[in-house]
Design a protein around this ligand. Structure first.
Ligand code: UDP
Length: 459
């Protein structure tokens, strides 16, 4: 950040950044915020009262404000009450965001733009009442956004009746490659409406941004660019990680969980290059008990070293004494600094649920993936990982939809030792280079952010 701007308050503009309040949405928004700050734009991150309690703000100069989603004591997160949460957030959030904007408009440096997560389209309506500019920042892949756009427009009829879905800018997709809310319609009430609702007022947005790389989703992006002012700005990963430099990042603050950096990295340091399978299912996914056990034995049978993130709430699903019995091969942790882990040369494969951040991170670090998609956009991401970007394999499931230990073992061996693994590693190198180029000076995403800021400052 230009120190001068901070000291003299000579900010070029002031953006409010409003993420959807989960880790996978906060991370890319915070990283995008840092890029704005580096260009002299003041940033105020707005989170919900509940989430703000867990945010670590060490060393960061980004200002923090809170609004209420109506659940200041936390919410009971059940798939069947999701629509209730969204409805309440929309009502209470509109009110509390209005109050915040009133307060900030009386401050010395009022905001002139909101960068909001389109999961919360009402934020744009509120901001427009105050005359602010608005940028929607999509935090899922552009391919899934194209799918939801067509559902929103009524151009993709549900339930799906074709065995192959053909949409502009996308490869042919089978029904099971579609996001789960489309493939298993009605499974999570409110979810599909939220995702298609991202486009409900998009014509009022002054910019549409997406955390993806142009070269990764060129056709889908080109197609949509004819309809809306779309710009790719990803991967929103600190460039120090892309350079594989692992010094202390003073700016690493702003994480919802505080990772146990030392234990994981020390353990990785003791293992040879490319020898470790890293396993994580992100911040939300819960595996079936049976699947967790099968995966555990599959890992054991593969004979590879493994670093497995098992959140505390998932731990009871592991086979009895698994951690103790496999301590010669594996390290199990509740949470880890994923960027540092993926950037570590000991990691040779990433068993992932294919959340968009994890996918983009693995791709950007050139780490081959073993896809075990669970729900939402993950099945679409898995399709692209395996068949389009050729960056990994998708583990086959049995007739009950469960990954069996033999399948897990076989796929891990394929990636770690097999011929297909070699092919994947070659591609991985290509994507890693491309991701770095996109955010380096003059790269596609760097240019897009530069232009966004220039337009913002001029407006
Ligand atoms: N993450 C992390 N440590 C972990 C697991 C996840 O730092 O042990 C981070 C990961 O790097 C990513 C985010 O949490 O940025 C998860 O986002 P993703 O979209 O992959 O999945 P979600 O949690 O939204 O399902």
């Amino acid at each position: 950040l230009s120190k001068m701007a901070k000291e003299t308050s000579a900010w070029r503009a002031h953006c409010l950044i409003l993420p959807y309040p989960t880790q996978g949405h906060i991370n890319p928004m915070v990283e995008f915020s840092k890029r704005l700050e580096h260009r002299g734009v003041k940033v105020t991150l707005v989170t919900t009262n509940f989430v703000s309690k867990d945010i670590q703000k060490e060393g960061s100069s980004i200002a923090l404000e809170t609004i209420s989603d109506g659940y200041d004591e936390g919410r009971i997160s059940r798939p069947d009450n999701f629509h209730v949460y969204l409805e309440r957030f929309s009502q209470v959030g509109s009110q509390t965001l209005t109050e915040l904007l009133e307060k900030l408009s009386r401050s010395g440096c009022p905001p002139n733009c909101i960068v909001y997560d389109p999961f919360l389209p009402w934020a744009l309506d509120v901001a427009k009442k105050f005359g602010l500019l608005g940028a929607a920042l999509f935090t899922q892949s552009w391919a899934v956004d194209v799918i939801y756009y067509h559902v929103h427009k009524g151009e993709l009829k549900l339930p799906l009746s074709e065995s192959e879905v053909l949409l502009p800018g996308l490869p042919p997709l089978e029904p099971q490659d579609m996001p789960s809310f489309i493939y298993t319609l009605g499974s999570y009430p409110g979810s599909l409406e939220m995702l298609t609702g991202q486009f409900s007022n998009i014509e009022k947005a002054d910019w549409v941004l997406c955390n993806t790389i142009y070269e990764l989703e060129q056709e889908a992006v080109d197609w949509m660019s004819k309809i809306m002012p779309l710009r790719t700005v990803g991967p929103t990963i600190p460039s120090m990680f892309l350079d594989k430099r692992l010094e202390d990042d003073k700016d690493y603050g702003f994480s919802v969980f505080k990772p146990n950096t030392d234990a994981c990295l020390k353990w990785l340091n003791d293992h040879p290059k490319g020898s470790v399978v890293y396993v994580s299912f992100g911040s939300l996914v819960a595996l079936e008990d049976e699947e967790m056990q099968e995966l555990a034995w599959g890992l054991r049978m593969s004979n590879s070293y493994f670093l497995w993130v098992v959140r505390a709430t998932e731990e009871a699903k592991l086979p009895k004494n698994f951690a103790e019995e496999t301590s010669d091969k594996g390290l199990m942790v509740h949470w880890c600094p994923q960027l540092e882990v993926l950037a570590h040369e000991a990691v040779g494969c990433f068993v992932t649920h294919c959340g968009w951040n994890s996918t983009l991170e693995a791709l950007s670090f050139g780490v081959p993936m073993l896809a075990m998609p669970q729900w939402t956009d993950q099945s679409t991401n898995a399709k692209f990982i395996m068949d389009i970007w050729k960056m990994g394999l998708k583990v086959p499931v049995d007739e009950k939809g469960i990954v069996r230990k033999e399948a897990a073992e076989h796929c891990i061996r394929e990636i770690m030792e097999g011929e297909r693994g070699k092919e994947i590693k070659k591609n991985a190198f290509k994507w890693r280079k491309l991701a770095k180029e996109a955010v380096d000076k003059g790269g596609s995403s760097d240019k897009n952010i530069e232009e966004f800021v220039a337009e913002l400052v001029r407006s």
